[in-house]
Ligand binder design. Sequence first.
Ligand code: NAD
Ligand code: UDP
Length: 340
Amino acid sequence: MGGIGDTDFWFPSAGQERLWRGTGENEMSDRILVTGGGGFLGSHLCERLLGDGHEVLCLDNFYTGRKQNIRHLMSSPRFEFIRHDVTFPIFLEVDRIYNLACPASPVHYQRNPVQTTKTSVHGAINMLGLAKRVGATILQSSTSEVYGDPAIHPQTEDYWGNVNPIGIRSCYDEGKRCAETLFFDYYREHNLPIKVIRIFNTYGPRMHPNDGRVVSNFVVQALRGEDITIFGEGTQTRSFCFVGDLIEGMVRMMGTDSTVTGPVNLGNPTESTIRELAEAVLELTGSTSKLVKRPLPADDPTRRRPDISKAKAVLDWEPRVSLREGLAATIEYFRKECAG
Ligand code: NAD
Ligand code: UDP
């Protein structure tokens, strides 16, 4: 795995276009469905899979995704976009499914919480049913949120979590937990090849400026000279993974043999407080924005850091991009985004 210098494919540049155009017909290529392919992570994944020579079906209802995330992929003969809501069944002939469809930012998943649960649960049922019918391997993008406000630190995959089932984050947390249950029941009941990854906070280019998550908020606020909104005291921690590292882990997980089901944590184990993140953003942008405190939302986890021993052992994977390198690339992206 390379460092940030090897990550040009994350940007819609001429070099990257060569990457996905140049592969030509590949006899080993699969037909791969990416649900949520118009979103932040999904669009990077589509691009990576095209680069690897596969045929990619990108499915999205653009609830939080954007056409501009995938516009540069549209002219590829191996790329197809399907506008569809995963809460409704669909039939497609595919070899592999990456199930990413679900709003991921607290602001967006709390806007329509019933729809969020439906997307996780009905979406999982529909995609698992499709996988079973066509014999596809299916990967679920689960989340560190299944650990809730964790009582053990760092979080290992065998920790069952500490989730409030009736709080404002529950539509997402419990939806994702139920989706994991469905995946493992399809595996036990139908011997379906499944892969479950638990993604920890991931950031990078193509995040929406109004996404509402902390990295995009802080960078956009810093670039606009607005106050940086620290929720609570800013002592809560997160561990931030750059998008390219995460995509590499996802693809490796899909490539494992059928005995590997997960769940596997994917994230960067370097932990920062939210205040430290704000200070790093101020320094790297050169902004004179002020740090201001805002009320801490309910059930906001106090700390979060993945134990990635399993990912290291099973996938030979660990993140390579440091927070400062990743933030610099993200700031460059948002500078252009905010200017345009
Ligand atoms: P995102 O909001 O940018 O992407 C989600 C995509 O799913 C969007 O394009 C959205 O339009 C689409 N979508 C939502 N509901 C849908 C529906 N009913 N039918 C079809 N499409 C629908 O978020 P992201 O960060 O790219 O997250 C992608 C996946 O990864 C999500 O499943 C999320 O839970 C998971 N995840 C992400 C992170 C992270 O830090 N980025 C962390 C943990 C888990
Ligand atoms: N946060 C913050 N200011 C913001 C947005 C978020 O201080 O403008 C905090 C939030 O309270 C949480 C952390 O940053 O403690 C990460 O929030 P995010 O929404 O990115 O993801 P989460 O990990 O909570 O799902």
